[in-house]
Design a protein around this ligand. Structure first.
Ligand SMILES: [Fe+2]
Length: 297
């Protein structure tokens, strides 16, 4: 791919004003042609739909994350999520994942506005990867029917100085949910410098998410990022919130966050829209590395 083609790998968001807040939305198709949507909302009564039940038309994954890079567990408010026709209610007051299978009624209510910024990142997922065998495991639950759809401790300590703690599925979360999978991680980039990942590639497409942490200004990332594309490391830099799409087998890296232009932490993560299993292959190699940190894939 030539440099002008690499420019098309930057996916630009729709940014919408709601009251004093802004929301960020990316709509695209995975490499099989299935639609997906990723949306970042500041948690507030203005932005999160009120007491209106809805039914997702695809499986959806919701991440509730605190607005402080040093305390991503802290949501500092209370969101009530109701699931099913039974209206089973679950209180979210710290970082959590909620999986909403297609067709399940869901409703959100802000019981208490967060005192500090908190975000809801939602993924409307594409169908499960056909080649990914399902392993169903029953999970002990508290007596509520949908308890297995909520993961209350999704935070793992940082694996590099540049990053905050990160959110990802763990404890076999998806194995308890029929048909579910997703490959993602979410964290903050806290300072300028080079990402720890060496140049590498994957057998499937990968999305890197670069999102402002300012709920009133979703457009400006607050840093300048430089990404290398292809074996020649063609550099493309940007300072606005966007997603970067690496098509399957395209080498990518190094990733540089310019120190001089770093103004504030931003939300970052990877997302593999097909949900295929994580793997990483170093530049110039053909064999997968043995160990993959879920935050590095
Ligand atoms: Fe990658």
């Amino acid at each position: 791919m030539a440099k002008k083609d690499y420019e098309s790998c930057l996916l630009q968001p729709e940014i919408v004003n709601i009251g004093s807040y802004q929301t960020f939305t990316i709509k695209n198709k995975d490499r099989r042609g299935y639609d997906y949507v990723v949306r970042l909302l500041p948690v507030s009564k203005e932005t999160v739909p009120g007491d209106i039940p809805e039914t997702a038309d695809s499986d959806r994954l919701e991440l509730f994350v605190g607005g402080s890079p040093d305390d991503i567990e802290k949501v500092s408010g209370e969101i009530e999520v109701s699931l099913g026709k039974e209206n089973e209610t679950y209180s979210i007051n710290e970082a959590a994942l909620v999986y909403i299978p297609k067709g399940l009624p869901v409703r959100h209510r802000i019981i208490r506005e967060p005192e500090k910024t908190a975000f809801l990142l939602s993924f409307n997922l594409t169908p499960r990867w056909e080649g990914f065998p399902e392993e169903k495991v029953e999970r002990a639950v508290s007596g509520k029917k949908y308890e297995h759809l909520i993961l209350r401790n999704p935070v793992t300590p940082p694996f590099a100085e540049i990053n905050s703690s990160f959110m990802s599925p763990k404890d076999d979360f998806f194995k308890h949910i029929s048909g579910a999978t997703a490959n993602f991680a979410l964290y903050y980039v806290k300072r300028g410098g080079m990402f720890p990942e060496p140049p590498h590639w994957h057998r499937t497409e990968e999305i890197l998410m670069f999102m402002s942490s300012d709920p009133h200004d979703m457009e400006n990332l607050g840093a300048t990022v430089e990404v290398g594309f292809g074996p020649e490391w063609e550099k493309i830099s940007f300072s606005n919130s966007c997603f970067v799409r690496f098509p399957a087998e395209l080498e990518h890296g190094p990733f540089n966050i310019h120190i001089g232009k770093f103004k504030r932490p931003f939300l970052f993560g990877h997302y593999w829209p097909t949900g295929e299993p994580a793997h990483i292959i170093l530049s110039g190699e053909t064999e997968e590395l043995d160990i993959v940190n879920p935050g590095e894939a």
